[in-house]
Write a protein that binds this ligand. Structure first.
Ligand code: GCU
Length: 637
């Protein structure tokens, strides 16, 4: 039984039974309202023609969420989502008015837009008007790049979807509620942290709330492509291809196999699907099977494989019925062989750096092409061929930039620290975010590693939880490697990598802080490593804090000299680990965190950046840059 707010029932009853229909309509409205369809995943959504809804949105701060819930915490039928104006109904007070409210920029976290919202954690309402001219036989989706953490959306007063998870994009079907001319969209975003969230209560980054990435309207035909995967398959045996020599083609590198699958919504068995790579004068044709998927194969000659040295992207055009999507995709392979990582069949060493999605200079959530090109430009300047995009899926702008600039990517699901690993609801949330991450970003050649977690406690429930995620990731995408950043235990001066989760990974990531959280920088010189897995190892974090411009001796904490000293000794130690195949020191740029209150030094910033949030390069930047450019650290085989 659905309970209406007492005030509404009292008023309706007073209006006599003749108005029972009103109550019925309200109950129906609320039931319908809270039964909005789940959002969907669109691969390559940023490649679709779109109407941007970025810009100023009216905003109302609503710490008690009374814009959605009544005084007995029942979902209201007349919440803020109706976008009424003050004075709308003289028999009932309208206590909000978006037209008189201050604005917030979208995309953007609210914390860095308004001093009063810097530490705010709770619900915020957004509203904006827009004109639209829907076309015949199209479906329209409200595309949200990210909304941290939980979000609810209404168009013209009708709920269109809800979403949980602060770092993945989603799409709400608004076809039924949008009309020609003036429309309005209302969103509620709540960044309150909860123990059963993913991530959970504690993280070491700022809980930036809001519509933190771009919002737009995407139009697709009634039958449209929602997901697709286009990748290089250099396993001809997997397609029962006879020996290459039978093709009469001289040399393996001249003939390549591109495998694709395309999923179509609203299609029918037998519908045609075509994948075309014009520059290679190649196209493949297939029909939709009963599961809505078509498997398309292309044999191509003269393919230039994508690599950090040669980040070649091809236009790929996928068509079915009235729908066409054109993506920019690079083709490469990645795999492991023993303790080696092979890119396009050749051993590679990943010279990397970790990066948070913190905007350079202005700080706050990074979400523009300029943010991405600045951050990745610094990584390239450092001599990197690899970046660890921590600790959550980054924006599509970042992944497109990595594709263009030739930076390999470790992408990470925010299974961070001590989640409720024994709670099935939490697993479902982590699986949903993994599906969205992979479903959206599966065609970026830059991404080679899907990371399942960071620094989780080594116990049975955790291992089971992440093994389930790893198996799911492999089913979703068998073309990439699975990793996670593990904690390492110590026995005297020996670091021991024996976390049971390692069995589920292709590549072992480990975080260690010799010289900062443990012992002194020189301890690295006498530290040995025992790795209980015959797999490639990436040291996914090491480093220490330094305030840019603060100087002293090599043993004076918080100075640039101390941080540089850590890096000198760390690099010496890492070079003594035979199966080390990559590193992503912590990290490129200082970032905001409430865990870092040390006045005058941290001021709510984690200062482990090799560059300050204002772009000042610290001494350690140049130490790592020298090692990477001269390739004096790490061996690919
Ligand atoms: C951990 C954690 C990071 C954190 C870092 C630090 O390893 O993975 O998210 O910021 O240590 O303490 O600076």
């Amino acid at each position: 039984m659905l309970h209406l707010p007492a005030r509404i029932i009292a008023r309706a009853t007073a209006l006599r039974s003749a108005n029972l229909a009103i109550i019925g309509a309200l109950v129906l409205a609320v039931c319908t309202a809270s039964a909005a369809p789940a959002p969907i995943v669109l691969t390559g959504a940023d490649r679709r023609p779109a109407t941007s809804l970025n810009g100023d949105w009216a905003s109302i701060i609503d710490p008690y969420f009374s814009g959605l819930f009544s005084f007995h915490h029942q979902e209201k039928a007349n919440g803020f989502f109706l976008n009424r104006k003050a004075g709308h109904d003289d028999s009932f007070p309208t206590e909000y008015d978006f037209s008189k409210a201050p604005t917030l920029k979208v995309p953007g976290d609210w914390n860095t837009q308004r001093e009063s919202l810097f530490f705010y954690e709770g619900p915020v309402w957004y509203e904006r008007d827009f004109n639209y001219q829907p076309k015949e036989h199209t479906r329209i989706f409200l595309h949200v790049g990210a909304a941290n953490y939980r979000s609810w959306f209404w168009v013209n007063g009708q709920k269109v979807c809800e979403h949980e998870g602060g770092f993945t994009s989603f799409n709400c079907d608004v076809t039924a509620v949008i009309h020609a001319g003036a429309n309005f969209v209302v969103a509620a975003v709540d960044n309150t942290r909860h123990e059963e969230n993913v991530p959970t209560l504690q993280t070491d980054w700022w809980n930036y709330g809001g519509l933190t990435r771009a919002v737009s309207l995407i139009e697709v035909p009634e039958t449209f492509i929602d997901q697709y995967d286009v990748h290089l398959n250099d396993r001809p045996e997997s397609r029962n291809i006879p020996d290459r020599a039978d093709f009469g083609v001289v040399g393996f590198e001249e003939l390549a196999y591109i495998d694709c699958w395309v999923h179509v919504v609203g299609g029918h068995f037998g519908d045609k699907v075509q994948v075309e790579i014009p520059e290679l004068k190649s196209k493949g044709l297939a029909v939709l099977l009963k599961d809505g998927r078509a498997r398309v194969f292309l044999d191509v000659l003269g393919l230039r494989r994508w690599s950090p040295e040669n980040p070649k992207l091809y236009k790929v055009r996928i068509t079915t019925g009235q729908d066409v999507i054109e993506d920019q995709i690079g083709f490469r392979t990645v795999e492991t062989r023993g303790t080696q990582i092979l890119l396009n069949g050749k051993p590679i060493f990943l010279r990397g750096i970790s990066i948070h999605a913190e905007a350079p200079y202005r700080t706050g959530r990074a979400n523009t092409d300029n943010d991405a090109e600045t951050l990745l430009g610094w990584a390239k300047e450092m001599g990197c061929n690899f970046v660890r995009l921590a600790h959550y899926p980054h924006d599509e702008t970042m992944l497109r930039a990595a594709d263009r600039m030739g930076l390999l990517v470790w992408s990470e699901n925010p299974v961070y620290w001590a989640l409720q690993f024994d709670n099935p609801k939490v697993l479902t949330k982590a699986e949903q975010q993994l599906d969205e991450e992979i479903g959206t970003s599966r065609n970026h050649p830059a991404i080679i590693l899907w990371s399942m977690a960071n620094e989780t406690p080594n116990n049975e429930a955790r291992t089971q939880f992440i093994q389930t995620l790893a198996a799911r990731a492999r089913r979703l995408d068998p073309t990439r490697l699975i990793t996670a950043a593990l904690l390492v235990r110590a026995d005297g001066h020996t670091k021991i990598v024996d976390d049971s989760l390692g069995k589920a990974l292709d590549v072992i990531g480990v975080n260690e802080y010799i010289g900062w959280y443990e012992q002194h920088p020189e301890t690295a010189d006498v530290t040995e490593w025992r790795i209980d897995f015959e797999k490639p190892l990436i040291v996914s974090e090491f480093g220490g804090d330094a305030k840019a411009g603060m100087h002293g001796g090599d043993n004076d904490r918080w100075t640039e000299e101390y941080q540089a000293n850590i890096f000198r000794h760390q690099l010496g130690m890492l070079n003594r680990i035979p199966q080390l195949r990559g590193m992503s020191p912590w990290l490129l740029m200082d970032f905001r965190s409430p865990n870092r209150p040390l006045v005058g030094i941290q001021d709510e910033f984690n200062r482990k950046g090799l560059i300050s949030d204002q772009g000042q390069k610290k001494q350690a930047f140049f130490i790592l840059q020298k090692a990477y450019k001269e390739k004096t650290v790490g061996k690919p085989e």
